[in-house]
Design a protein around this ligand. Structure first.
Ligand SMILES: [Fe+2]
Length: 391
């Protein structure tokens, strides 16, 4: 064991112990087809008179939103959040919030609008700190305005997590992680996800699977509850993701995936993600690769690389998901699902000259923050990146 591994493990053990004494809030969850209609009542309950609604133009024009807009009274909208949202977007959201005299946030969309709005809410709570200064763990430290998250993809879990991932200078993605960033309410309305095309359904679903599996394989931070949530999420994603990709209108599959994504989010906000996410963030930041797509490609490659260190955990997950062949069968099943869902084996955008920067970022993100089953050094990160680099 290297000195670096010993230091990382000592810090993770201490953080894991400290985590047992924290209060981990969960959003109040409203579920079911049509549950978006509860939005005006929830805003009233939270005392919000003028929310800032962060959502795409398409979402704001959707009949599902038009149906609730009448009951909202006064509100302001922001709809210019790009994928992998940059800090400038966060600042623009926060500036609009202040300028308009808003008193609460509603984020409707995938991870990008939710994370941009969460980071903006952090800026409102901490006008004395820049977004970059709040990067890392527990740097917000103050209550944010009332926040309602409405996911329209079943993947990021941002509606229940303490994380907001943003892209800073030099294309570097990093996360703000603070218990104050856990939304107060989450509306899980499967009707909002039925129009998602199969490729986005597949990629976001694989993001959720990655959350469940990375959290489950991590050391120190898991509890019985996070393990149960991750097991249930993994089993449901294996069962329902192919169904939802084949028939997007299958409301039962959509609802199961939304719940699985929420549960995987609950698991990883406590137990952490791992090396898959650390590398995926470099692909998103540098090349704009979709977060779920990057995770989908990396997940089976990294799990295979972990080898014996994850055998018992993956065997258990395989059992929960009804997959034969133990840990190896589980990894094979991920490769097979990727293939079935049209997810590639690698990326041609990765440039050899970028690999040192990518490994430095991944190393800085994962170590010591993520209690991964195997601690990677830069050389091992590079090995994984080269395995998914296609000519
Ligand atoms: Fe993720």
């Amino acid at each position: 064991m290297t000195a670096k591994t010993i230091l990382c493990r000592a810090q993770q053990a201490a953080v894991g112990l400290g985590g047992r004494f924290l209060r981990w809030p969960r959003p109040v969850c409203i579920t079911g087809p049509g549950s978006l209609r509860r939005l005006p009542a929830l805003l009233r309950e939270a005392g919000v008179k003028k929310p800032l609604i962060v959502a795409s133009r398409r979402q704001l024009a959707d009949p599902s939103f038009a149906a609730v807009a009448e009951g909202l009274g006064e509100y302001v909208t922001f709809s210019d959040v790009p994928a992998n949202p940059p800090v400038e977007t966060v600042e623009a959201v926060a500036a609009l919030y202040r300028r308009s005299g808003c008193d609460g946030f509603v984020a409707i969309g995938g991870g990008s609008p939710m994370d941009a709005a969460k980071a903006a809410a952090a800026r409102i709570a901490r006008p004395d700190r820049t977004v970059a200064q709040m990067g890392g763990l527990m740097k917000v430290g103050r209550t944010i305005p009332p926040f309602i998250a409405v996911p329209t993809t079943a993947g990021t879990g941002s509606e229940t997590t303490m994380a907001a991932v943003v892209t800073g200078a030099d294309h570097h993605k990093y996360a703000l992680g603070d218990l104050h960033l856990i939304p107060r309410y989450a509306i899980l309305d499967p009707a909002l996800t039925v129009s998602l095309p199969p490729d986005i359904t597949a990629q976001t679903g694989m993001d959720a699977l990655t959350h469940a599996v990375e959290a489950y394989c991590n050391r120190f931070y898991n509890t019985n509850q996070t393990r149960r949530l991750a097991e249930a999420a993994a089993a449901d994603i294996f069962r329902y993701l192919p169904i939802a990709c084949e028939n997007g209108a299958d409301l039962e599959a959509r609802e199961k995936l939304l719940t699985a994504s929420f549960h995987a989010g609950c698991a990883f906000t406590r137990a952490g993600v791992g090396n898959v996410h650390a590398i995926a963030h470099t692909l998103g930041g540098l090349y704009g690769v979709g977060h779920g797509l990057a995770n989908a490609v990396l997940l089976p490659v990294v799990l295979r690389d972990y080898g014996a260190a994850v055998t018992p955990r993956l065997s258990r997950l395989a059992q929960c998901a009804g997959i034969r062949g133990g840990a190896a069968g589980f990894v094979d099943a991920i490769f097979a699902m990727n293939e079935k869902l049209g997810i590639p084996r690698g990326f041609s955008c990765i440039r050899e000259e970028d690999i040192p920067r990518m490994t430095a970022w991944a190393d800085a993100e994962a170590n010591p923050a993520y209690p991964v089953p195997v601690i990677y050094d830069r050389a091992r990160f590079a090995q994984i990146i080269r395995q998914i680099r296609q000519e």
